[in-house]
Structure formats: C-alpha cells, structure tokens
Design a protein around this ligand. Structure first.
Ligand SMILES: Nc1ncnc2c1ncn2[C@@H]1O[C@H](COP(=O)(O)OP(=O)(O)O)[C@@H](O)[C@H]1O
Ligand SMILES: [Mg+2]
Length: 213
C-alpha cells in the first residue's frame, strides 16, 4: 500500500535506476506497481524489456487522468507503488509528492546536483507542514565514489537542506547501467556489492514507510 515517489527535478541522478531496482526488490515479497510518471517513459520501456522479472511486478505508464487520482485508485491493489518521477519541476512532481507516503530524493555525488534538489525539498517540506509529517522523506546518495573528499562534501551539503540521508547508497558501478539496458535488476546480476546496496536501501525504505503507519 505505501506509495513511494522517487523524485528530483534534475535528470540523470538515478531516479529510474533506483525505481526499477527497488520495485524488483520489493516484488520478491509482495505485489508491486512501478508507475512511470516520466513522459519519457524510461521505466515503462524497461518494463517492456523485462520478461524474466518477478511475477509480482507490474509496470504502468501514466494515462491522461490526474496523477493523484490514478495512483490513489491503484494503490489499494498493490502492496507497494513505486513512482518514477519526471525531470523538471512540474505539476507532475508536485502531485507525486502529494500522493506519496514516502519520498526518496536521489542525489548524485556533486554539489550541483544537491543544489538542484532545493525546489523539490521545499515542496516536500511544505507538504509535510500541511499534513503534520507526510510524506516521510530522505535523500539517497547515488553513484557514490567511496572514500573520496567529494563524498564527505556531499554529506555536508545535503545535511544543510534539512532532510535525512539514508545510510545506504548506491556506488558507481557498471552493473546498474547494464541491468537497466537489459531490462533487469542488479538483484539478478553477478555484482554482489550492487545487490547488497539495493537490498540495504530496500530495508531502509521499509523502515521509513512503516514509521509512517
Ligand atoms: N549507481 C550507479 N552506478 C553507475 N551508473 C548508474 C548508477 N545509477 C544510475 N546510473 C546510470 O546513470 C544514468 C542516469 O540514471 P537514471 O536512473 O536514468 O537517472 P534519472 O532517472 O534520474 O534521469 C543511467 O545511464 C544509469 O544507468
Ligand atoms: Mg528517469
């Protein structure tokens, strides 16, 4: 039932990669709808490729009806809805924040990417104020280069924006791009570190979402 929106107005920060892998991970134990709110349809295309994925995973693109109505109507039928957000700040990303129980904001390891997230952070905080705390929200660092000064700078920059940062992150690994191209998940690939990263993020997401209930 929880609706998880993966949003950041900046493109190329890893929204779709996180959305597809988390949807796949959650579908190991429950029914999942991966809802593609990006007009570019990357998650939907990925879904067309993927034939050997978990049975419990459905992928759907946004229709013409308002996003909030579509997602609310669908969410009762699934254990999880993962919403892959569009680039840009638009009504669609505002709606994604509005309909979500939890929001993950992927942030790539560069200060420009952190600053680019300011608008979506403001939208999330405004919504939290209006609703006394929903959605729960956190940054997820993506494509991290471990043990670099860059990494520490990003942690500091994110802390200033005033939302928590998940402890687990994805590091920069070719397995993610390969899985995206193949229409699969790193969970079915041979890169054990990537598998562990997604599994760990999945557990943190479950905690974040359940805090809310
Ligand atoms: N952890 C990672 N390591 C390496 N490449 C990644 C990782 N996460 C995403 N990518 C790659 O970065 C590019 C942008 O990712 P994508 O998920 O499409 O971002 P967005 O949906 O925010 O535009 C893609 O080529 C994807 O394969
Ligand atoms: Mg995308």
């Amino acid at each position: 039932m929880p609706v998880v929106a993966i949003v950041n107005q900046k493109g190329g920060v890893g929204k779709t990669t996180l959305a597809t892998n988390l949807a796949w991970a959650l579908a190991q134990t429950g029914s999942v709808l991966l809802f593609d709110a990006d007009p570019q349809g990357s998650a939907r295309d990925w879904g067309h490729f993927n034939t050997g994925g978990p049975e419990n995973l459905s992928v759907q693109g946004a229709g013409n009806n308002p996003l909030v109505d579509q997602v609310r109507r669908l969410s009762s039928r699934y254990d999880w809805v993962i919403l892959d957000g569009p680039p840009g700040i638009s009504n669609v990303s505002a709606d994604a924040v509005r309909v979500a129980d939890a929001v993950l904001i992927p942030a790539k390891a560069s200060a420009f990417d952190v600053w680019a997230a300011t608008d979506i952070v403001e939208a999330v905080k405004a919504r939290q104020t209006a609703t006394k705390g929903t959605p729960k929200a956190a940054f997820v660092i993506t494509m991290a280069k471990p043990r670099t000064r860059l990494g520490r700078q990003i942690d500091a920059a994110l802390a200033e924006l005033g939302l928590p940062v998940l402890q687990n992150r994805t590091t920069d690994r070719v397995a993610y791009t390969q899985a995206g191209n193949d229409g699969t998940s790193v969970l079915s690939g041979s890169d054990r570190t990537a598998r562990d990263e997604i599994t760990a993020i999945r557990h943190e997401l479950e905690q974040l979402s359940h805090d809310h209930q």
